[in-house]
Ligand binder design. Structure first.
Ligand SMILES: Nc1ncnc2c1ncn2[C@@H]1O[C@H](COP(=O)(O)OP(=O)(O)OP(=O)(O)O)[C@@H](O)[C@H]1O
Ligand SMILES: [Mg+2]
Length: 254
């Protein structure tokens, strides 16, 4: 008789992708292959030059170590009552997760999203992030693309990244920054109110020093921000760098 793991093993032989979905007995699952985590040397070099929280390099792990880390973190989140997909099966080369709906970016990145819809999803996302932090945990890749939405609930996925000798407080602040940064890619007809997000996060976590932290960071890089506002430099910058500066320019006004 075919079981889920046998079906997944057969699908793995045919698939080139590191992560893909499959149907089994009319239910959807996700198969994720073993893949190590690391930060490039260029990334580490940038972090030396600009020691900002968003640039903290991740711990180097083998594929096997990454599976062990991600699945046990998913299970810990479940125990704490934080919405995450259930781990259906794991071995050294892959693991299987239950489906937790659609990537929340597919809603947030719609050009015709209304303000009402936007703040409905943002509220759920901030609440989920705060819930993780209130349980003395961090996400590690808290960009919007690493959350899903299903039937009124938000789920945290992609918990593979770990860090060496970095305080939890800093990793949580890094989560918030990654989350804010990911929102700069939204294509709505209106701007997202970053101040509202930070205020709501503070209200839920009581991390009142967050604003000070953001301000310190903005001061440290205000020199870079000023440079980025010079037209010809702005034109030279890529899209990612531009959205980074766009975020910090709005944070400057906090
Ligand atoms: N359990 C799940 N339920 C629903 N969708 C999922 C699930 N697991 C993964 N996905 C989908 O697959 C995508 C990739 O998964 P995941 O983020 O775990 O992989 P990744 O390769 O580490 O991603 P990244 O590009 O962020 O490094 C997700 O963005 C999501 O759209
Ligand atoms: Mg991901």
């Amino acid at each position: 008789m075919n079981d889920l793991q046998t079906v997944a093993k057969e699908a793995l032989l045919k698939s080139q992708a590191d992560i893909f979905s499959l149907e089994f007995q009319e239910k959807k699952y996700w198969v994720k292959k073993a893949r190590g985590t690391f930060s490039s040397n260029l990334h580490k070099f940038y972090y030396k030059l600009f020691p900002f929280e968003v640039l903290i390099p991740v711990e180097t792990k083998t594929g096997q170590e990454t599976i062990a880390f991600e699945t046990s973190k998913l299970e810990l989140f479940q125990q704490k009552g934080i919405n995450t997909p259930k781990v259906m099966f794991k071995n050294d080369t892959f693991f299987i997760l239950e489906d937790c709906g659609r990537n929340i970016n597919s809603y947030l990145r719609k050009r015709d999203i209304t303000k009402e819809q936007m703040y409905y999803y943002l509220d759920l996302l901030i609440t989920q992030l705060a819930n993780i932090h209130n349980n003395n945990l961090f996400h590690g890749g808290a960009q919007a693309r690493n959350f899903t939405y299903k039937e009124g609930n938000v789920y945290a996925i992609d918990l593979e990244d770990s860090f060496e000798n970095i305080d939890l407080e800093i990793l949580q602040f890094r989560d918030l920054l990654l989350f804010l940064l990911s929102l700069t890619k939204i294509r709505a007809s209106f701007d997202v109110d970053y101040n509202f997000i930070i205020e709501k996060y503070i209200a839920l976590t009581a991390k009142t020093h967050t604003k000070e932290r953001v301000k310190n960071l903005v001061n440290k890089i205000s020199f870079l921000i000023n440079l980025s506002q010079i037209k010809w430099i702005n034109r030279l910058l890529g899209r990612d760098v531009k959205s980074f500066f766009k975020l910090f320019t709005s944070l400057k006004k906090l």
